[in-house]
Write a new protein. Sequence first.
Length: 335
Amino acid sequence: MGSGHDHDHGAGGGHDGHSHGVSADADRRWLAIALALICAYMAIEVTIGIAAGSLALISDAAHMLTDAVSIVLALVAMRLAARPAKGGFTFGLKRAEILSAQANGLTLILLAAWLTYEAIERLISPPDVTGSLVLYTALAGIAVNVVAAWCISKANRTSLNVEGAYQHILNDLFGFVATAVAGLVVMTTGFARADAIVSLVVVVLMVKAGYGLLKESGRIFLEAAPAGVDPDAIGDAMVARPGVVEVHDLHVWQITSGQSALAAHVLVDPDRDCHAVRQDLEHQLAHANNITHTTLQVDHAPAQLLTVGSGAPEAADGHCAEPHGAVHREEPHEH
């Protein structure tokens, strides 16, 4: 019997249509420009929000603070993820960006909870709000966020971390539009509760974005298959390849955004070349599923498995004492 392994870590980049090494500096530059814009405007907005007595402006500024934090975390995570694998960190620090994305999602949820409490208080007892200040500040915020969103859109959004920062700013843009409407309402009608109502609209946007980030990062930490990938379909496609008798212990997971990995135990016909079958499977996985980081243990199938065509793989020759997941087996055929 024989076995084969492929440890293609995608060093050349670009297997997902984007070369990380070439664009890393460009990504950092665009993120840094967006960060400078956001920090400068956020300081101005907090000052005006307090002067105008507007919770909508303060909530937008708080959301902008999470924008800034998300970009800082993205920049730090990029540097950490670029470090080579060594010591006990055999994948390097690529999951630093997923930690960052999870932190982004959590801060959005916590901030949303605080703003909800403040908005309800203001609905019960609305303070005086200077509508004109709210309107003009929100309009300026829309312009700042459009430029910042454009900067981040130039970076690599296949990264969950960069996408998280982009979603922060995009949601903030929608929030500013709602705040501008509130400012106009307060200015023209004197309905001060419009400010608190818009704050709740911003809260809904924050919760939606935060939940999305927590869900995606949580899937990666729990080693779930990438969204949209069906491991059973992959196993069935593998066992349909020439010479493959059975596939079990099949695992598909994400190391980080845009980098999936697969491991499996493959049993092949005794008269087949294990290495040739392995290479065929690697080619299929790379082109059909965009998975280039594969570890395949390939062995010849025992005679009793071929004749009976059933039974657990561990009963055949003790390869796997405790196989995980479904067993994919070719249909019985004549030998």
